[in-house]
Ligand binder design. Sequence first.
Ligand SMILES: Nc1ncnc2c1ncn2[C@@H]1O[C@H](COP(=O)(O)OP(=O)(O)OP(=O)(O)O)[C@@H](O)[C@H]1O
Ligand SMILES: [Mg+2]
Length: 311
Amino acid sequence: MRLMMIFAAWNAKLPATDECYYVRDNDKSEVSSLTTDQTELLRRKLDIVVKGDTTPPPILSFASCKLPRKLLENIEVAGYEMPTPVQMQAIPAALARQSLLVSAETGSGKTGSFLIPIVSQCAKFNEEHFQSQQQPLAMVLTPTRELCIQVEDQAKVLGKGLPFKTALVVGGDAMAGQLHRIQKGVSLIVGTPGRLIDLLTKHEIELDTISILVLDEVDCMLQRGFREQVIVFDMPNSIKEYVHQVGRASRMGEEGTSIVFVNEEDKKLFPELVEALKSSGAAIPRELANSRYSVGSFSAGRGQKKRKHGF
Ligand SMILES: Nc1ncnc2c1ncn2[C@@H]1O[C@H](COP(=O)(O)OP(=O)(O)OP(=O)(O)O)[C@@H](O)[C@H]1O
Ligand SMILES: [Mg+2]
């Protein structure tokens, strides 16, 4: 995974501010012209708290971060005159391919914070690497079907007229149609974890090309609807650490499901991973059981593993 973005609502109220920021429309050089002091001041005024030394300065306009021209037009059509504070900080960081954990209050524009970088990166990739059909480059997981529909709708508005197709993976609609759409070629998959697991365990779909993963409303996923799911991300370097991570996560909540993304770089761990899954009574995913790196033969069944790596 090259870029992981995790979003959560932050219920603490932002202090009211009557500050105005004037942005010159044609000023494309503002990012480099923001000094460290100005960056600090701006973050303080907007109540942006950043952890990590390498986070780029906030942007003051959408036009300043080299987005495709058509995307800028779509942003304007959507009625976004200037970025909201969370967008000011999250968009340049995501475009710089920094993984993010973002928390901002309800209605602060978090969706745009991850969709604008996704549309930009996917459209640029598709323009540069002409292929007869698109391949999944990004995936957004949200806790509910309704949220997924909203996110996909907004993605379509932002991606209009660009080489950028989307697919939904949610319950309530036939899986066959959703699978067909993915197979015909899309850049972004928006789905719920439950339906995604269902799809991955029942069908062979290649997600190797995905390099951007977003978990939206992760607070809600963990606290409410998905309290019973434990989500673990990229495979640690050892099985010991993997078992430890799953154990640690499950101690925080109730029994649940662990999802870990493995790829060929983890191949030396495959035999031990299969053993660990077997001894815990978990299902061994088809891809893992059939892998030439896993010793022996195992019956494939429902499972939660799927290899996944960047392009
Ligand atoms: N830069 C912007 N300018 C004007 N409106 C915006 C901008 N960005 C987003 N919006 C609008 O603000 C509303 C709220 O945005 P969004 O749903 O992304 O908030 P959120 O932070 O995800 O909230 P929640 O925590 O409730 O999910 C939407 O109607 C969206 O279209
Ligand atoms: Mg949201």
